[in-house]
Design a protein around this ligand. Structure first.
Ligand code: FCB
Length: 482
């Protein structure tokens, strides 16, 4: 991948340009990509939930002995965050978690996917456990259970303890072992009540944007880190799954992957872009799915991985999971770039493609495509959709409370989910991203993905129209036609 100032929209729609994207308020226009469904009724045990992440919501960066994370360091570097903001307050959810749980209950949702900050549990990433950090998550878990909400805890959503980064982060093999120790500490303390675990969130994004493109923490730009970072995250995941199962035999364990169909820019005619799109597919999708579900790496990863995979590693990496978490926002368009070390560069979606405010193409057929890939190429494992959603228009403007575009986005993607289920996919639930407008990594507070708006001065939360819409869907299990 070339160093071309790529941001995260790149993998969806870079070349279309931010100006065009920013003027769109979302998803009103019907695209040619609608899925057809036989029935609009979801099964009664389908899990409806909402997803968040610690660093984007908690704030309170030093409370109760929390250690520094790589994002605390990165957000303070000049020019790294679009609006110059930081996540020191975010949605203040470390202190206001009970209000968040009330909002989730009020939306009729039965599941909450949140992440734990590793550095609250182990301030330096390994060694001494910080009981006060675990106390917080225990209170959160108990608050969920008291309201009939199943907690789904993600163990790593990009906020690596800085102390581990200082020793090489995920490019160092020891981090895999520390991750398993952290998983064991959490399960040991609360695995009697916290039954759903997600090991990693979108490790492809963390690897590529954090270690190759430098757009995310830890801000490294080195293609040589692609192989070791990928492998050590896979290895850490395998060891963590083993540790979790050793702590409690009845846990439901999954992982969350950012799956994207990788399409050659320019369509079928641009056949020279095809090797680039298969290259991205290998490092973005299959470098995570293959080792976990088949015990192999795609051949295209061989050069990157040379010297990092030891005997027996692939056996450790290939662990049984209870569900595969699929995050989906948009397809990726890719073109060949001989000047970049990976020969991969972002390309444009087809002319006239419908874009969301993030600048990514709105294309529910991409979700159908990745669900089919999981079904056909990976033995049809149980799936949970662990993230899907869209942003308000970019900028520092007020949140759009009457956000019909968001309900339309969710409806169209839920149709793709239902249609995949009717074709045999074993999809057990859907978590929308996200509960409250929060701090969106390198673009700070300039994007708003929430069902609920927040006044950043007072912290007051205001549900948007989509909150009521999603409540209706979750409580009836029926998808409206509009
Ligand atoms: C996903 C991330 C999540 C948030 C959404 C918009 O890729 O997992 O933290 O940034 O995108």
């Amino acid at each position: 991948m070339g160093d071309k100032g790529i941001n995260r929209r790149a993998l969806g729609a870079l070349a279309v340009g931010g100006a065009a994207a920013a003027s769109l308020s979302g998803c009103e226009r019907a695209g040619p990509t609608e899925a057809t469904v036989k029935s609009r009724q979801f099964p009664s045990d389908f899990v409806w939930g909402v997803a968040t992440a610690a660093f984007q919501t908690e704030g309170s960066p030093t409370a109760d002995g929390r250690g520094a994370t790589i994002w605390d360091t990165f957000e303070k570097l000049p020019g790294k965050i679009k609006d110059g903001s930081n996540a020191d307050v975010a949605t203040d959810s470390y202190r206001r978690y009970a209000e968040d749980v009330d909002l989730i209950a009020g939306a009729g949702l039965k599941a909450f996917r949140f992440s734990m900050a590793w550095s609250r549990v182990l301030p330096t990433g390994s060694g001494t456990v910080n009981a006060a950090g675990l106390d917080h998550y225990e209170r959160l878990v108990d608050a969920c259970l008291a309201k009939g909400i199943a907690p789904y805890a993600t163990l790593f959503h990009w906020d690596l303890p800085q102390a581990l980064q200082d020793k090489g982060g995920w490019s160092a093999r020891d981090t895999a072992k520390s991750f398993a120790d952290y998983a064991a500490a959490v399960a040991g303390r609360m695995g009697d009540r916290l039954k759903h675990f997600i090991t990693l969130n979108e490790p492809a994004v963390h690897t590529v944007f954090g270690h190759v493109l430098g757009e995310h923490a830890p801000g490294l730009k080195d293609i040589a880190l692609l192989g070791p970072t990928t492998h050590h995250m896979n290895l850490g995941q395998g060891l963590a799954i083993q540790a979790l199962r050793a702590a409690h035999g009845d846990l439901k364990i999954g992982t969350t992957q950012a799956l994207q169909p990788c399409r050659p820019a320019g369509g079928a005619a641009a056949f020279w872009n095809r090797p680039a799109s298969s290259g991205l597919d290998a490092l973005w999708n299959r470098a995570w799915l293959d080792p976990l579900l088949k015990g192999t790496y795609p051949g295209l990863m061989d050069d990157f991985l040379k010297g990092h995979v030891r005997d027996g590693d692939l056996k450790t990496v290939r662990q049984p999971i209870d569900f595969l978490g699929v995050n989906y926002y948009a397809p990726a368009y890719v073109k060949l770039d001989l000047a970049s070390p990976s020969h991969i560069a972002p390309g444009a979606p087809p002319k006239g493609a419908e874009l969301d405010a993030f600048g990514r193409q709105i294309d529910p057929s991409g979700l159908a495509e990745v669900l089919k890939m999981v079904r056909d190429d990976y033995g049809n494992p149980p799936v949970m959709i662990t993230e899907n959603g869209c942003s308000d228009p970019f900028g520092n403007g007020p949140a759009v409370i009457d956000d019909g575009f968001r309900s339309q986005y969710l409806r169209r993607h839920l149709e793709a989910v239902k249609s995949a289920m009717e074709s045999g996919s074993r999809i057990g639930g859907y978590f929308t991203w996200t509960l409250i407008d929060n701090w969106e990594w390198d673009i700070g507070y300039t994007s708003k993905f929430g069902l609920v708006a927040m006044d950043r001065t007072t912290g007051v939360r205001t549900p948007k129209a989509s909150y009521a819409w999603f409540r209706q869907v979750a409580t009836t299990g029926t998808l409206p036609t509009a």
